[in-house]
Design a protein around this ligand. Structure first.
Ligand code: SF4
Ligand code: SF4
Length: 459
């Protein structure tokens, strides 16, 4: 029988909102020593977590204290970059009455928010490679995940998502939008792209995925939408075909080892050395040995391709491809305690300022303030799988009338997954094996051909 916080998370459909999408009720069904709140927000341009910490510090502190007590933790530690001064002030005041909560200020480096890095920075413990923080007595919750728990505690399941829309847009902002609204409608809340030839990343510039279809929906893991000119190197490295990435790696890698020297996992003592993966993958087909299987340990943080490599190669894309291929027939063989932190790690952490300059993003460093909007999309598309695990099973049928917050899909019995709720009121107009479509029941006054979003009112 799980504890009451895990049950709360399961009931309300809470998943890791930082991008991972792991069902939170599984994570919280444990006893730990530390609950760490991840407020590092190390991806350039994204501002959801710092905004929530400023806006809702009291509610977050209260929720964290309850999580801490239920999980039997000695301490709740809130990790915030020291440079987020407003957030630190707000949280400092909010935790005043909770002696077992404290702030851990972080230096401004990337990727401070990576779970393995964060656990080391906040507790000094090393998560085993291929393992999870629970193995060292720690549970890590993203700020928005904690915020969602507080919402569920007050009777509101997860129906909306906080999303920063930044980059080449008219006016960046952080919006609270219904799940299932299209990416394009969300981008348009900023006034739209400020350039005609653009691409959109779902996530930050470092780890975000290239959006192939702007009508794709916002999901529980959409943290940010970054619009950039198609010519930006941040876009180019993702747009290049895999065959050309592999060919280039074979032809141009000079084995300088810069990728390895800056790899955050290597610096924590993991067996991952991207320069060796690149070398070994040049001879793919001969044998799959240790350098190649180490690709399983790659967090896909992007430092090697977007920052380190002087030849413009992409060890990350090679690792991604290898992981995808190997996971069909092989389990990650790299388990257990890392060999120990590299003695030069603290000098090799990459300052975010330098990273932003190197990515050519300085121009886009503008505030993205929170804007509460009452957005009423004509329809929302709710994917049945927007979390780690199996797809949820619809509990509604085409033609059903649903209200915002009503359960529309359930976790299959005994499986890993998450519940889904209607994010707008309306009618179920489609229900397939992959998504539920809800069409708004509000009479639509505007019906512009190029605009599916109506009734947008700023409050
Ligand atoms: S940084 Fe680039 S060139 Fe150097 S070893 Fe790594 S992949 Fe090869
Ligand atoms: S993306 Fe590159 S730098 Fe990041 S963990 Fe993977 S190999 Fe290391």
């Amino acid at each position: 029988m799980s504890n009451r916080i895990a049950e709360l998370a399961r009931e309300g459909g809470v998943v890791g909102a930082g991008g991972a999408g792991f069902p939170t009720h599984i994570k919280l069904d444990a006893q730990v020593e530390y609950v760490v709140v991840n407020g590092a927000e190390c991806e350039p341009l994204l501002m959801v977590d710092q905004m929530l910490l400023v806006r809702d510090a009291l509610r977050l502190a209260d929720m964290l204290e309850e999580v801490r007590q239920v999980l039997g933790a000695n301490e709740g530690r809130i990790a915030i970059k020291a440079k987020y001064k407003e957030a630190i002030e707000a949280v400092k005041e909010a935790i005043g009455r909770y002696p077992q909560l404290r702030i851990v200020p972080l230096d401004d480096f990337y990727p401070a928010g990576d779970e393995f890095v964060l656990v080391y920075e906040t507790t000094g413990r090393l998560v085993p490679q291929g393992g999870i923080p629970l193995e060292v007595g720690v549970v890590v919750l993203n700020v928005e995940t904690l915020w969602n728990l507080a919402e569920v505690r007050e009777g509101r399941p997860v129906t909306h998502k906080w999303v920063t829309v930044a980059g080449a847009v008219v006016q960046p902002g952080t919006f609270h939008v219904p799940l299932g609204v299209s990416i394009w409608e969300t981008v348009k809340l900023t006034g739209g792209p400020s350039t005609s030839d653009f691409a959109v990343l779902d996530g930050g510039p470092m780890m975000g995925k290239l959006v192939k279809n702007l009508s794709d929906p916002v999901t529980k893991t959409t943290k940010g939408l970054v619009v950039l000119p198609s010519t930006s190197p941040v876009i180019q490295v993702r747009a290049r075909p895999l065959a050309s990435i592999l060919h280039q790696a074979r032809a141009a890698c000079c084995q300088c080892q810069e990728c390895t020297m800056l790899c955050p996992r290597y610096l924590l003592g993991h067996e991952l050395a991207p320069h060796k993966v690149i070398l070994a993958s040049s001879y793919l087909g001969s044998q799959v040995g240790e350098p190649i299987t180490a690709a399983f340990l790659c967090s896909e943080c992007g430092l090697c391709d977007l920052y380190a490599c002087p030849m413009g190669l992409s060890p990350r894309r090679v690792n991604q491809a290898l992981k995808e291929e190997m996971s069909r027939w092989l389990k990650n063989p790299h388990k257990g305690a890392p060999s120990g932190v590299h003695p030069w790690r603290s000098y090799r952490r990459v300052p975010v300022k330098r990273l932003i300059s190197s990515l050519g993003l300085k121009h886009y460093e503008r505030p993205a303030p929170a804007k509460v909007v009452d957005i009423l999309p004509r329809r929302v598309v709710i994917p049945l799988r927007q979390h780690i695990g199996v797809p949820a099973i619809p509990v509604v049928n085409v033609g059903d009338k649903v209200e915002t917050g009503q359960l529309v899909a359930e976790i299959p019995e005994g499986k890993l997954g998450s519940r889904l709720f209607a994010s707008i009121s309306g009618w179920v107009t489609d229900c397939t094996s992959s998504a539920i479509v809800i069409t708004s029941d509000v009479r639509q006054e505007e019906d512009r051909e190029d605009e599916t979003c109506v009734g947008l009112n700023r409050i």
